[in-house]
Design a protein around this ligand. Structure first.
Ligand code: NB4
Ligand code: NI
Length: 186
């Protein structure tokens, strides 16, 4: 089980590397990586469990964040209400954005990252809607259309696979400058 001490932090070169493709069928090692990353998310979203293990809550976790430079990320986006089905729960490998909206979107609270200890404030403009292609744990190719919050989460995780951190996208001079061209997502 991963703890905060296992999460790589900003400054570790692995977070700035281009991750390598994942091969299918998954090796036993990669399968465990996937399971352990998803386990982190599940536990981190449980209020009593995350307190017990002192985990920062997460809706996504990319392999470079646990020191593995591989194009794999776990994503667990909860539904609106407790007991709702998650909007997305899965481990994605070799994801690619195959198309995106002209419309940009940004979370209205900005973003945080488990690998960045000090929150960097400001809007993180991304695509509001994306079509992604990735492989699931069975190696099947999946094509998915996403918008708003889940689309932002996917893009944050895919950035990690390219060595990009969320604050790279923040307007340094005016971090909270609103733009006509960006949809702000609650
Ligand atoms: C990834 C996200 C940062 C912005 C938006 C949000 C949280 C992360 C980082 C987009 C992707 C992790 C991976 C949250 C969170 C809402 C849902 C369910 C119940 C608490 C949880 C809190 F924790 N970001 N943290 N940051 N990352 N929403 N929620 N809630 O997940 O670094 O690369 O449990
Ligand atoms: Ni992150």
């Amino acid at each position: 089980m991963y703890l905060m001490k296992d999460i790589t932090r900003d400054g570790d070169p692995v977070l700035r590397q281009e991750a390598a493709d994942v091969q299918f069928p998954l090796s036993a090692e990669d399968r465990k990586l996937a399971d352990d990353m998803m386990e982190y998310l599940v536990i981190s979203q449980d209020e009593t469990e995350n307190e017990k293990y002192k985990l920062r809550p997460g809706v996504g976790l990319a392999a470079p964040q646990v020191g593995e430079s591989k194009r794999m990320a776990a994503i667990l986006v909860p539904g609106e209400f407790e007991d709702d089905e998650p909007l997305f729960k899965g481990v994605i490998s070799n994801p690619v954005i195959i198309s995106h909206s002209v419309q940009d979107g940004a979370l209205d609270m900005g973003e945080g990252c488990l690998s960045v200890d000090e929150d960097v404030a400001g809007f993180v403009p991304r695509h509001d809607r994306i079509t992604v292609r990735y492989q699931n744990l069975d190696g099947e190719t999946v094509k998915l259309r996403l918008k708003d919050y889940p689309a932002i989460v996917f893009q944050h995780e895919m950035d990690h696979l390219h060595g990009v951190l969320y604050y790279d996208h923040i307007n340094q001079a005016e971090p909270w400058a609103e733009s006509e061209d960006v949809k702000y997502i609650k």
